[in-house]
Ligand binder design. Structure first.
Ligand code: GDD
Ligand code: MN
Length: 348
């Protein structure tokens, strides 16, 4: 057996037969199996699939007791799959089965993962409104920011991909919701990956199951996969506010505002750096601490400068209390810093 194609289904009664036919004809002459993993669809998808499978010797249908989700449907399919190469695709024919042989060729050329991509030259999307396009782009951009291992991919949200079994062997996958590929890219064992273009077509029949619950679960998922880094980063920032304000409050009794403000800001920059280095980004071991500390200073320089100028100006020109002026300065300076740190200081 060369290839196992895993197709998760939920209410795809009107699509499944066409899908089977097109997969069968695209992969003619190759030894493969098709595994339909149905979550007891109320529309009777599983029964239709069983019936259609009688015509082919290589179609397996798994009927699960309830709607357990797309992610676990894929891992369940992978568990029973017999081939050493696995493909995942949707049942609604938004993914052209005709791409499967080309993907398999890439695997045989030595790639561990082949992603069918809408966002490389030759690929595209038909029939999506502005909103759905935007959601897709933002989701990919967030994934790139939070997960270094997916940065090289133009379409890490793809639901259409192929990989060698070894990629997930011994890897514990717990994909929630739709983002199966993302989890495989992050946790899987792979070296070479590539993307092949395809045109994402409108659904043949029925409706999409992507809803706001999926969007919410995606954000949670990204946070989990990124070890809650953005949240830790925010917590460190909050601690920096306390250091900055506390020190300013203390020093103002002894030295002029110009010096006290600068010292308070620099101390908070240093304490933020230490916490981020040993906590937020503790798994990023590349590079020496001194060079990171320098880069971090470069990264927050604009924010620190904004903080300082706002503090002095609000006190001098508006007669504002120094602690309130400083807080406003911190807030304005903080805005720019997170993205700069992600992209320049702890880049990997
Ligand atoms: N077993 C099972 N259980 N299958 C499910 C479930 C579930 O809970 N939810 C959805 N599916 C199946 C659908 O029947 C379909 O075959 C496939 O998973 C994709 O679901 P769609 O509802 O068609 O998703 P989509 O078209 O909105 O999203 C597609 O594109 C996204 C990228 O834009 C999918 O491929 C996503 O994985 C992909 O991220
Ligand atoms: Mn779809």
């Amino acid at each position: 057996m060369e290839l196992s194609v895993i197709v998760p289904t939920y209410n795809e009664r009107d699509n499944i037969v066409t899908l089977l036919e097109r997969v069968e004809s695209s992969l003619k002459g190759r030894r493969f199996e098709l595994i339909v993993v149905d979550d007891n669809s109320p529309d009777g998808t599983a029964d239709v699939a069983y019936k259609a499978s009688e015509r082919y010797g290589n179609v397996k249908v798994i009927r699960r007791p309830a709607k357990l989700g797309l992610g676990s449907a894929v891992t369940e399919g992978a568990r029973v799959a017999k081939a050493n190469v696995l493909a995942v695709m949707d049942a609604d024919l938004q993914h052209p089965p005709e791409l499967l042989p080309k993907m398999l060729d890439k695997i045989n050329e030595g790639f561990d993962i082949v992603v069918a991509s809408r966002y490389i030259r030759g690929g595209g999307i038909e029939g999506w409104g502005l909103w759905r396009r935007l959601v897709s782009r933002v989701a990919i951009a967030l994934a790139k920011l939070a997960l270094p291992r997916v940065r090289g991919f133009k379409d890490s949200m793809s639901g259409f991909f192929m990989f060698k079994r070894g990629v997930i062997d011994g890897v514990e996958l717990k994909p929630k919701g739709f983002k199966v590929l993302l989890e495989i890219l992050v946790k899987g064992k792979w070296n070479a990956a590539t993307e092949l273009p395809y045109m994402f077509k409108p659904r043949l029949k029925g409706k999409s199951k992507l809803n706001t619950k999926e969007v919410y679960s995606y954000i949670k998922y990204l946070l989990e996969l990124s070890s809650y880094r953005p949240i830790k980063f925010a917590a460190v920032g909050a601690s920096g506010i306390v250091v900055n304000e506390g020190l300013l409050h203390l020093l103002i009794h002894f030295i002029p505002l110009q010096v006290a403000g600068a010292l308070a800001i620099e101390t908070s920059v240093l304490s933020n750096f230490i916490l981020n280095n040993y906590w937020t980004f503790k798994d990023r071991k590349e590079g020496g601490i001194l060079s990171k500390c320098l880069r971090y200073h470069g990264a927050v320089a604009i924010g620190a400068l904004v903080n300082y100028v706002v503090l002095l100006s609000l006190v001098a020109f508006l007669g504002m209390h120094y602690l309130i002026a400083n807080l406003i300065g911190i807030f304005l300076g903080f805005l720019a810093n997170y993205s700069v740190s992600e992209l320049f200081v702890w880049r990997s």
